[in-house]
Design a protein around this ligand. Structure first.
Ligand code: SF4
Ligand code: MSK
Length: 651
């Protein structure tokens, strides 16, 4: 391979020692990675960064400058920036929601008796969901209930005039705000199509109108597509509950066949999880001279099987190429989203087989083996056998597995948090609300999203997390940000003892929970909104999501999905801090709208904080502002009250 020039030392590119070690190995072996390609992509286009390049029609491409303030059609910077932004939200919404659609269609097949190896794994999750959607479930067969629920979910995609029903799971006041601003979304498919229509040449030119549709579309993601994906996954594969595991490249086995699943959709990885401990597969591995099979994950497919089965995590987004460069991976199985186009090229210098499994996600150089849902278990066994057959091709001279992985606890669905806080019969968010009201916990911050080779990987995420814990702020995580905490050892109850401030430590110790709760994959950001809704419903912290002392942060984001997530958080009334800005700087009006005007519309807005310590200060300010408004921003009451004191409180 052609050697790439290195402009940054490995320790300046990544936070964790395992990644640093393998980035160094990549450089020595001339392997082309996203880190070296980031160098060759330097001086990235200023027009692109500002969002003022338009290539929507063939009179262009047009670029906005002081001398050329309008494109050929007359579109100005505001229109062009807003249209580009809308298309990003459409892309993110489509990705999450198409993931959800595949699961809904699988649920429908299971309900109709042709789901192959799949079944309804969590009947109580099914019945709970049915009740939420007004489906009669008492004395009815689970499959009939599932069939009705799948029909409602399909309509969340296809509804032409009725708003999506899942919006009704939000607090009433928030639903009223969406109605008042005319941004209740109809079906997801319609919303995404409308994004493309409105942003094509010669349609919507009013940046405000365009951006309001971006928020409307994002609600179709967060309060329909993503939420439906999480609900359906729980029904089919089980509702996550706390489970122990490990994270980082050190989970790869020196003497086992290493198979990595990568992407987002959990259907195939569920079967691979089951098949990897099948005696037939273990015997096959032993016959090949291996001690067994190590199944591990990258990105959100990793999160899906981590939170349900405790399958270990090899790494987050920017470790996908590094895993191959350890020289110890027999097969990487990809599904959809965040799987780099470079994987077959990187793998060509090692023995790793890259197998793509989704017909909508092929890569030249990868072997395509379309996933056959009806014969999923056999499909999974076939893939594992292929990986085992490849074990003999591992070259010991190229193998370097970092001695680095940390223990973790993951799997904090909302049901699991309720159970943890109150037990089976009294499960509720009351203890959390009380801790927030009493000031033992200052507030809750959801840290989500990706890693990005523009900055030192995981640095922002981990620095921010550590500082928030010190300030008694409970952290909820999903996606690659959650994996970053796993690699850092923050997803353990012991981390509370070592890192949390006194109030948070007391709560974590009493409940036995980590100070950072891993809630799942990127679609599971909907679970964070579900948790915030539970806080509202529990009482004492206002009657809307915009009252709850909660903030969302996307520190090292890179994907269009993060743009959609940010929008549905803000439209839900939760402020969002970005570690780096959207591509909107070319329009002062769009920037002002997203970062300021949204506050009067939704009670929340975007904030850009390129430095993690700046983000800490902003988060504390935002949480304090909400605590002030609720009248709870007092020092924690530690004194036992006698009757006289209680009367004086007049409550
Ligand atoms: Fe240029 Fe307008 Fe065409 Fe965009 S839509 S490429 S601004 S002419
Ligand atoms: S995988 S979208 S890099 S979180 Fe969900 Fe990670 Fe971001 Fe992909």
């Amino acid at each position: 391979m052609e050697k790439q020039p290195a402009t940054r030392a490995p320790q300046d590119r990544a936070w964790d020692a395992a990644s640093v070690q393998i980035i160094g190995k990549a450089e020595r072996e001339g392997a082309d990675t996203c880190f070296s390609r980031m160098d060759t992509q330097q001086n990235q286009c200023g027009f692109g960064k500002g969002g003022i390049c338009c290539r929507i029609c063939y009179m262009g491409p047009c670029r906005i400058t002081a001398k050329a303030p309008r494109g050929v059609c007359g579109a100005d910077a505001d229109t062009i920036v807003a249209r580009n932004y809308l298309r990003e939200v459409a892309g993110g919404t489509a990705a999450h929601s198409d993931h959800g659609r595949h699961l809904v269609l699988l649920l429908k097949k299971v309900a109709q008796g042709h789901g192959g190896s799949y079944q309804i794994k969590d009947e109580s999750a099914l019945r709970d969901a049915a009740r939420k959607y007004g489906i009669e479930e008492c004395d009815r067969d689970a499959k009939d209930v599932a069939n009705d629920l799948a029909d409602i979910f399909v309509k969340e995609f296809t509804s032409q005039e009725e708003p999506v029903r899942t919006l009704q799971l939000a607090p009433l006041k928030r639903q009223g705000i969406w109605k008042q601003h005319g941004i209740e979304p109809q079906g997801i498919d319609r919303m995404v199509v409308e994004c493309m229509h409105r942003s094509t040449m010669g349609v919507d030119h009013d940046y405000r109108n365009i951006l309001m549709h971006a928020f409307r579309t994002s609600l179709a993601d967060g309060w329909a597509g993503s939420r439906v994906a999480s609900i359906t996954s729980d029904i089919l594969f089980g509702t996550p509950a706390p489970v122990r595991s490990r994270a980082n490249l050190g989970v790869l086995g020196a003497r086992t066949v290493n198979v990595i699943v990568h992407g987002h959709e959990p259907a195939l990885s569920e079967m691979l999880t089951a098949a990897s401990s099948d005696p037939e597969i273990l015997d096959y591995a032993k016959a090949a001279g291996a001690a067994g099979v190590t199944l591990a994950g990258i990105c959100c497919t990793a999160n899906e099987i981590l939170i349900r089965h405790g399958i270990s995590v090899a790494g987050n987004f920017l470790q996908q190429e590094l895993a191959i460069i350890t020289g110890a991976v027999e097969m990487m199985i990809t599904d959809v989203q965040c799987c780099m186009a470079s994987l077959p090229k990187v793998a060509s210098a090692y023995h790793t087989q890259i197998v793509s499994t989704s017909d909508i996600a092929k890569t030249i150089g990868a072997d395509h083996d379309a996933f056959d849902e009806e014969h999923a278990y056999d499909n999974a066994k076939k893939l594992l056998k292929r990986a085992i057959d490849n074990y003999k091709n591992r070259d010991p001279r190229k193998v370097a597995i970092p001695d680095a992985s940390k223990p973790l606890v993951a799997g904090f669905s909302v049901a699991a948090i309720k159970y943890m806080l109150g037990g089976t019969f009294r499960g509720s968010f009351r203890p959390l609300n009380d801790a927030i009201i009493a000031g033992r916990i200052k507030g809750v911050v959801g840290i989500v999203g990706c890693s990005n080779p523009k900055s030192k990987v995981d640095h922002y995420t981990n620095t921010l997390t550590a500082e928030l814990l010190k300030r008694n702020i409970l952290v909820l995580k999903t996606g690659c940000a959650a994996i970053a905490s796993g690699k850092e050892g923050l997803l353990t109850p012991e981390a509370a003892l070592q890192m949390a401030g006194p109030g948070l430590k007391e709560v974590c110790e009493a409940v036995g929970m980590p100070p950072v709760l891993h809630m799942g994959s990127c679609v599971d950001n909907a679970r964070i909104l579900e948790a915030a809704t539970e806080v509202v419903m529990e009482g004492g912290l206002g009657d809307d999501l915009s009252d709850v002392p909660a903030v969302g942060v996307a520190p090292e984001w890179m994907s269009e999905k993060a743009v959609a997530i940010g929008c549905y958080f803000v439209a839900s009334g939760v402020d969002v801090i970005l570690g780096h800005p959207f591509r909107i700087s070319g329009s002062a009006n769009v920037t002002q709208f997203l970062n300021e005007e949204t506050r009067s519309l939704f009670g929340a807005s975007f904030h850009v904080c390129p430095d993690p310590n700046e983000a800490v200060a902003k988060i504390v300010e935002l949480l304090d502002r909400r605590r002030e408004k609720l009248g709870i921003n007092k020092k924690a009451q530690r004194k036992a009250l006698d009757m006289k004191d209680r009367r004086a409180l007049n409550v």
